[in-house]
Design a protein around this ligand. Structure first.
Ligand code: FER
Length: 302
C-alpha cells in the first residue's frame, strides 16, 4: 500500500483569522449519549454520560458511501468537552479552527468526538485518566462508530484494527495523560496520537519529568507488547514554551529519542514517528491546544 506524504512537522503560527468569530458557520456540534460502568471496580451500576461531537460541513448521515477520519479529543483538569466544542448547538474557537482548516484544504473533513474522563463514581482525576481507555473501547467506540460514518466497516475488534490509520486520539493536560495511556494500550485501534501540554503518568504523576528514562522505557515496552512496528504509530506531542507541563514533557521526549528501536524523532513523519512541537509565546491554556491542533492535525490519518 502506498504511504502518504507528510509535510514537515515544524511549528507554524496559527493565523488569527482561523479562529475569529466571522463568517460564522452553521453549528454542527451535537450531543452523543452513552452508558458506561466503573471498570476499576466490581460494580455493575450503569452510568449515563455524553460526548460532544463536531460534524464537518456537508456531513450526511444518510450517505453510506462517504467515510470520515475520527479524532477522539479529551479535556484537562476542571474542564469538560465544552472546553473544546462550546456545547450542543454552539460554535467555538476549535470548531472555527476545524471549519477553516477543512475549507482551506489543510485537512480532510473529519469527525471529532470530545469525550470526558470525569465520572460519577470517582473524584480521583489521575485514576480516572488511567482507566478511561476501558470506557472508550467498551462503551464509546462501538456505539459511536456504528452511529457515525468512520472508516470502521463494522464495530468489531477487526473493524477497529483495520481502520486504525483513520483514527486519532488527542488530549490536553490531564487529557494528555489519557492520550499516553491510550497509546500504550490501544494502539491496535489508533495509529495517531497528539498529547498536548502533558506528560505520561504511567509511572506516577508527572513521571515523564521526574523519571523520563523509565517512562520512555515503559512506553516502548507497551508498544513492543502490542506487536506493532515503529512505522505503525505517529506521535505529535506539543506544549507551549511557557507551559507548566513543558518541564515534564520535554525530558520524556528526550528520553524517548534515545530509544531508537521504537521512537524515531524527526522533522517529518516521512522519516520518523515522534515530534515535539513547542509553541512560542504559549502557556498552559487553550491557545496552546489550538496551535498544536493546527500544526498536528494535518499530520494525522494515513
Ligand atoms: C502535566 C500533565 C498534566 C502537567 C500538569 C497536568 C504540570 C495537569 C494538571 C492539572 O490538571 O491540574 O505534565 O504538568
Amino acid at each position: 500500500m502506498k504511504k502518504r506524504k507528510y509535510q514537515d512537522n515544524t511549528y507554524r503560527r496559527l493565523p488569527d483569522e482561523y479562529i475569529l468569530n466571522k463568517n460564522v458557520s452553521e453549528c454542527r456540534v451535537v450531543r452523543f449519549n452513552y452508558t458506561t460502568r466503573n471498570y476499576a471496580a466490581e460494580d455493575n451500576t450503569v452510568y449515563n454520560k455524553y460526548a460532544l461531537v463536531y460534524l464537518p460541513e456537508g456531513y450526511d448521515e444518510n450517505n453510506t458511501e462517504r467515510r470520515y477520519n475520527v479524532l477522539y479529543l479529551i479535556h484537562g483538569g476542571a474542564c469538560s468537552p465544552e472546553w473544546y466544542l462550546g456545547g450542543e448547538g454552539c460554535t467555538s474557537e476549535v470548531t472555527r479552527l476545524l471549519d477553516n482548516m477543512i475549507q482551506n484544504g489543510l485537512i480532510e473533513p473529519l469527525i471529532v468526538c470530545a469525550v470526558s474522563w470525569l465520572n460519577e463514581y470517582s473524584d480521583d482525576a489521575t485514576e480516572n485518566c488511567l482507566n478511561f481507555r476501558h470506557e472508550l473501547i467498551n462503551d464509546i467506540m462501538p456505539l459511536f462508530e456504528r452511529k457515525y460514518r468512520t472508516y470502521a466497516e463494522d464495530v468489531t475488534e477487526r473493524g477497529f484494527v483495520q481502520s486504525r490509520k483513520h483514527r486519532a486520539f488527542s488530549g490536553y493536560s490531564m487529557g494528555a495523560v489519557v492520550t499516553w495511556n491510550v497509546l500504550g494500550y490501544c494502539m491496535d485501534k489508533f495509529a495517531y496520537f497528539m498529547p498536548m501540554s502533558g506528560d505520561c503518568w504511567e509511572l506516577g504523576m508527572t513521571a515523564g519529568g521526574s523519571r523520563p528514562d523509565e517512562t520512555a522505557a515503559e512506553l516502548a515496552r507497551e508498544i513492543a507488547n502490542s506487536g506493532f512496528a515503529s512505522d505503525d504509530i505517529f506521535i505529535y506531542a506539543g506544549c507551549g514554551d511557557a507551559d507548566i507541563a513543558e518541564p515534564n514533557l520535554t525530558p520524556q521526549i528526550n528520553a524517548m529519542k534515545k530509544l531508537t528501536d521504537t521512537f524515531i524523532y524527526s522533522e517529518s513523519f516521512n522519516e520518523g514517528n515522534l515530534y515535539e512541537c513547542i509553541c512560542p509565546d504559549c502557556g498552559h491554556d487553550l491557545k496552546t491546544a489550538l496551535h498544536i491542533l493546527y500544526n498536528g492535525l494535518p499530520k494525522m490519518f494515513g
